[in-house]
Design a protein around this ligand. Structure first.
Ligand SMILES: Nc1nc2c(ncn2[C@@H]2O[C@H](COP(=O)(O)OP(=O)(O)OP(=O)(O)O)[C@@H](O)[C@H]2O)c(=O)[nH]1
Ligand SMILES: [Mg+2]
Length: 172
């Protein structure tokens, strides 16, 4: 997997997304410090919001392959300034979190992330799971992709075999 650093304001949904991407149970956990995991770097929203700490994020981004700017779908404004990505020497993707929220405006938030310079945008909900798979697959490297496709093929073959056996038993 490519290493992803998640950046966004407090309550943007970074930790919930981290849990969803890792297939963990979703439970609220306030990020207190930079949580450096095997494939994800989850950061506290205060690091993005406070000038004294935001510089640390630049240093952590050097450890990642991809920088993910997380903006909740119901945000009334964007904290990411236009053309922000030109200052980052890593690929920067936009993540629209919380698309399941009743007051979500995915189109507007997508526009803001594009304005910040993100070419690729992932609208998703870590709570319902919608869109999480697309992001997970984007983060796969060649080896991960091969492994997943082989596992999917095995599962399909197993399912077909099971169906065939059930059909034969019914016909007996
Ligand atoms: N409906 C909905 N709620 C979400 C989603 N993602 C996160 N939340 C909720 O938003 C709140 C904040 O989520 P976190 O994942 O802790 O946010 P964070 O960006 O890690 O926040 P900090 O650690 O404070 O920087 C929690 O109550 C989550 O349950 C989502 O996709 N849909
Ligand atoms: Mg968090």
């Amino acid at each position: 997997m490519k290493k992803l650093i998640l950046i966004g304001r407090v309550a943007a949904g970074k930790t919930t997304l981290t849990q969803a991407l890792r297939g963990e149970e979703i439970k609220y956990f306030k990020t207190q410090y930079v949580n450096y995991l095997e494939t994800i770097i989850d950061t506290p929203g205060e690091y993005t919001e406070r000038r004294e700490t935001s510089g640390a994020l630049s240093l952590y981004s050097y450890e990642a392959d991809i920088v993910g700017l997380v903006l909740s779908a119901n945000e009334p404004y964007s904290i990411f300034s236009p053309c922000l990505t030109s200052m980052v020497n890593r690929e920067v993707i936009g993540i629209v979190s919380g698309i399941d929220k009743p007051d979500a405006n995915v189109e507007r938030v997508t526009r803001w992330l594009k304005l910040a310079g993100c070419k690729k945008i992932f609208p998703l909900s870590a709570v319902t799971g919608e869109g999480v798979r697309e992001l997970a697959e984007y983060l796969e490297d060649e080896e991960d992709r091969k492994e997943r496709l082989a596992a999917e093929k095995r599962a399909k073959a197993k399912e077909a075999k099971k169906k065939k056996t059930t059909k034969e038993k019914t016909n007996e």
